[in-house]
Design a binder for this molecule. Structure first.
Ligand code: ATP
Length: 948
């Protein structure tokens, strides 16, 4: 590598001699007793070794310079008790090949001048290269046509479905392809102007015409060019499409068009003479959009707000005025972790559109009096509906709690659930049930069901890439009334290449559900029965587990995405990540004129993210451990104060590349600020933000960032740890953070040698999907770890080994410099092992804790041996063949105690259920705020869900 990053390395020292230095005198003596000759030869060899070692240390000055160890370190290595071959020769380079042995040991001179041995990262044989050289990263890659890019023209299948003969618009279309979808001119202009979007993606071309209401439904809005015919119109739908294919706009655009053009007669205000005098934001909430994570909710809110601000305050077309001005369609954001009082204030002012996480939404639905759905009157203290004289909006509306809207009036118009499969997986099901019950309770019994007025019924859109059982359940709950009214017609799937009608979701009686919930709270004795039920459910879930792991039909990664894997020996995980990041960043920087790229790095648990993030920012290269300790003590004091506010780390080998972190245990503000800083990162020099923008950035994260997040210029996703939940589906979501909207993207997965079956597991899972079976098969490409290290660290021959060793030593020095850092390392290691143990049984043949070499894995956490608590056998005794003896059951049990350390999924839900039961018993707040996702994990929610 000939880039500036390499300059961070000192020039390599004179090539270390790997053979003992022979004294010329040793062979000089002839004659005499053989024992005297042998003694003399031995003495001269020792002297020669001393001499060469001294020279090497003084002259080395390269990577080996930093390889100084304290007595304590030395002791630890000795205690590690590996059968070490004594090396002959030495040098500043620090790497030595043992005489005939397999292991390589690094030798350096400590501050006291004592020689010290360092357990080596490399063996004399070197690292294996990629198994199949034809698939190595140097092999040419045939470019694939992006599958989620904006289309240059609307495909005939989409256009055929559109109605012809719509009203002619005046003037040329600003984005002709978009206006063919039936979108109103103002929206198309706004998209083209503010967002630079001129053509639809395949998902948008397929789904928007079906979601835009047919012209017959709203006489006042007139006919658009591209509206779907009544037969194709999907009142309720499941929206399913590839990652990065523009699903957010697919549901937002029809929703906005619908709200802007609601029939004036459906509103409780008199028909407006102009848009400016139309209903204001106190009209109540017309649309609810739910998302599983705070970040995703916030992102949707941002897109929605910029869409709204791109629209004129009134329609310039006098024939088609906006019924409600875009300025009145204020979007409110309600997410866990945010200030409730501020949210209440916002709700009091009125939020026609609400974007929320489910727990917080339910909380407000239950407890915030001012939260009014469209059609509901504000409640007076005595319970009578409040009708302010002179405010027709409130006077004409029905009473709250059962009489909303009145005949022919619109109530809550849209319910949109983004990433709904994930949402059901995360244990939000109770909250979702609670929300639907609350909406059902508040909706008018006389709500329109049929005919033109029936089109005012709530529309439900479930966005899901995955057709899980949870989605079916949610669909069943959400459209239970309609399904009956329409003779069992279920939800249609839109957005996929081929629209498919899913089987009719099972109807659920929400009133019964509410009763059951209330009884459960009243009768504590029933808790035991519930527990039995849950156990049965668990068994069923276990059976469903393997089925759920297969990739759902039609859900494939973008075709332009390249999938790579690297077989990384456990002790090389840290140095390989640093090398890979260097390689990627340098490559991107030279390809795009120095701007670099953004990289997302997924890890299994929050503790590991925190630890590696800190280590990358704090470790130093090439200084002695004592100096480091002094420096760091001073820094620590300052850092302590700033730590919580600190967003960015910088690594000495990744200059000008800010490193951020994201996981569910961080405070909301830190989460959002980290994400926003990563989205438009700034350069940092001398620890200070310099303000200029860069495209280079690294985000270490857990699966909390796997769904829905859309950050521009993410060129690569690295999975240091495979997802512990969700199997192939979760893999596809994670890698889907790159290669969005037609952009190129690369994914790398680290796999341990014992996990080699993971690649075929992924390939089979992805390729068995029916859509991909027709197209190009996905193939995982192996990139040799040796190649990554060589390209990342540069140098001649195997010099990268020395450099990697120095990086590892810098890491270990930082870890061992204080009890605090050492304990961080232990905690991260233990959380990692526990997370590893939660891989489902269907993946146990790949991710088996028994196959882990804990001693080596500990090295990737900067430790010289595995902490004893998780090893059945101490690493001091075990030698190189020690395997992990971790009880999976035990690890699972511990997982329940450690909410923060895990990703959350179906199996985690069981743990959370247990925790919720415990909280109920304790009757005290025990926030699950540390959970990965915003699992509404608090006692308030628990009680509101159960409350009648
Ligand atoms: N028609 C379009 N033309 C160009 N870019 C678009 C278009 N539609 C959406 N985009 C952009 O594509 C990116 C991905 O969109 P979005 O986040 O909605 O994808 P998604 O399908 O929801 O992905 P995921 O499944 O990962 O949540 C966004 O940056 C968005 O601005």
């Amino acid at each position: 590598m000939t880039d500036e990053l390499v300059l961070n390395f000192s020039p390599p020292s004179a090539s270390p001699s790997s053979a003992p230095t022979r004294s010329t005198s040793s062979g000089g003596r002839k004659g005499g007793r053989w024992t005297d000759r042998a003694k003399e030869r031995k003495r001269s060899q020792i002297e020669a070794r001393k001499a060469s070692r001294g020279t090497g240390t003084r002259e080395g000055g390269g990577l080996g310079q930093g390889v100084k160890r304290s007595r304590e370190d030395e002791g630890a290595d000795d205690a590690a008790g590996a059968k070490r071959e004594r090396t002959a020769g030495g040098g500043g380079g620090g790497a030595h090949v043992s005489q005939g042995g397999k292991r390589r040991l690094d030798m350096a001179v400590g501050p006291s001048g004592k020689k010290q041995y360092i357990s080596s990262l490399f063996t004399a044989e070197g690292l294996p290269t990629a198994a199949d050289s034809s698939t190595s990263s140097s092999a040419p890659i045939l470019p694939s046509k992006p599958s989620n890019a904006p289309l240059t023209s609307v495909p005939s299948t989409a256009t055929d479905a559109l109605e012809s003969g719509g009203e002619a618009e005046e003037g040329p279309d600003p984005a002709p392809e978009l206006s063919k979808l039936g979108l109103m001119r103002e929206l198309v202009t706004g998209l083209a102007g503010k967002l630079g979007i001129t053509g639809p993606t395949a998902c948008q071309a397929g789904a928007i015409p079906r979601l835009v209401p047919p012209s017959s439904a709203f006489a006042s809005t007139g006919k658009g060019k591209g509206r779907a015919s009544g037969a194709d119109f999907a009142h309720d739908a499941i929206l399913r499409a590839q990652t990065g294919s523009g699903k957010t706009l697919t549901f937002l655009l029809p929703m906005l068009q619908d709200l802007l053009t609601l029939p004036p007669s459906s509103l409780s205000t008199p028909p407006p003479s102009s848009a400016k005098t139309g209903p204001d934001r106190s009209i109540g909430t017309l649309a609810l959009i739910l998302a599983p994570t705070r970040e995703l909710a916030s992102q949707i809110h941002t897109v929605l707000s910029s869409l709204l601000s791109s629209l004129p305050s009134s329609s310039p077309n006098p024939n088609k005025p906006f019924t409600i001005s875009p300025r009145a369609l204020t979007a409110g954001l309600l997410v866990g972790g945010a200030n409730r009082t501020h949210e209440k204030r916002r709700l009091r002012k009125g939020c026609p559109i609400v974007v929320a996480t489910p727990g917080r939404l339910l909380d407000h639905l239950k407890t915030t009096e001012a939260f009014r759905l469209a059609g509901e009157a504000p409640k007076l203290k005595d319970g009578a509906p409040k009708g302010r004289p002179g405010n027709p909006n409130t006077v004409a509306l029905g009473t709250r709690g059962g009489g909303s809207g009145g005949e022919g009036k619109v109530g809550l118009r849209w319910l949109i659930v983004d990433e709904c499969d994930r949402l059901m997986d995360l244990g939000f099901e109770e909250q979702m049930k609670g929300i639907l019950e609350e909406l059902a309770r508040r909706s008018s019994p006389s709500a329109p069901t049929n005919g033109a007025a029936g089109s005012l019924r709530r529309r439900t859109i479930l966005c899901s890439a995955t057709a899980s059982e949870g989605v079916d359940r949610l669909a069943g709950m959400a459209i239970s009334d309609r399904a009956a009214d329409e003779g069992g017609k279920g939800m249609v799937v839109v957005g996929a290449r081929e629209d498919v009608r899913v089987k009719e979701p099972e109807r659920r009686d929400l009133t019964q559900g509410a009763k059951r919930g209330a009884e459960a709270v009243e009768d504590e004795d029933r808790a035991e029965d519930d527990e039995d039920e849950r156990e049965e459910e668990q068994d069923e879930d276990a059976k469903a587990e393997s089925a759920a792991l297969a990739l759902p039909s039609g859900f494939t990664p973008p075709s332009q995405l390249q999938h790579n894997y690297i077989v990384v020996p456990p002790k090389l995980r840290f140095v390989t990540l640093v090398a890979l990041l260097r390689k990627l960043l340098v490559k991107a920087s030279s390809a795009n004129g120095g701007r670099g790229m953004k990289v997302l790095v997924f890890m299994s648990c929050t503790d590991a993210v925190d630890f590696w993030w800190k280590a990358l920012g704090k470790m130093k290269m090439g200084t002695s451990s004592t100096d480091d300790a002094d420096d760091e003590e001073e820094e620590e004091e300052e850092d302590e104060k700033a730590e919580s506010a600190r967003l960015v780390s910088l690594h000495p080998l990744l200059p000008s590349t800010p490193i951020y972190r994201l996981h569910g245990s961080l405070p909301l503000q830190t989460r959002l600020s980290s994400l926003s800083a990563f989205s438009s990162p700034y350069t940092v020099e001398d620890g200070k933000r310099k303000g200029s923008q860069t495209d280079a950035g690294v985000l270490l994260c857990t699966s909390v960032a796997a769904r829905g997040l859309d950050v521009k210029n993410v060129g690569c996703v690295v999975q240091v740890d495979a997802p512990t939940e969700g199997g192939v589906t979760e893999y596809v979501h994670r890698v889907g953070r790159t290669a969005r909207a037609g952009a190129q993207g690369t994914a790398y997965s680290f796999i341990l040698p014992s996990e080699s079956a993971y690649t075929s597991f992924l390939e089979d899972g992805i390729n068995s999907s029916s859509a991909s079976a027709k197209g190009k098969k996905v193939r995982m490409r192996e990139v040799g770890v040796e190649q990554v290290l060589r390209e990342g660290y540069g140098g001649e021959g195997r010099e990268y080994e020395t450099r990697a060793t120095d990086v590892q030593m810098g890491f270990e020095r930082w870890v061992n410099a204080s009890e605090e850092t050492a304990s961080l390392a232990r905690k991260a290691f233990q959380a990692h092992i526990r997370a590893y143990a939660t891989h489902p049984s269907s993946e146990k043949h790949i991710f088996n804790t028994k196959a882990l070499h804990l001693g080596h894995l500990a090295k990737s956490f900067g430790m010289r041996e595995a902490p004893g608590s998780h090893t059945g056998s101490s690493s001091k005794k075990g030698g190189s063949n020690k395997k992990a003896r971790v009880s999976v059951g035990g690890a699972r049990a511990r997982a329940r105690d450690d909410e923060g350390g895990f990703e959350v999924g179906p199996r985690k839900r069981k743990a959370m259920d247990a925790e919720q039961r415990m909280k109920k018993l304790m009757r005290g707040p025990q926030a699950l705020g540390a959970s990965e996702f915003h699992i509404a994990g608090n006692d308030v929610l628990e009680s509101v869900v159960r409350r009648k």
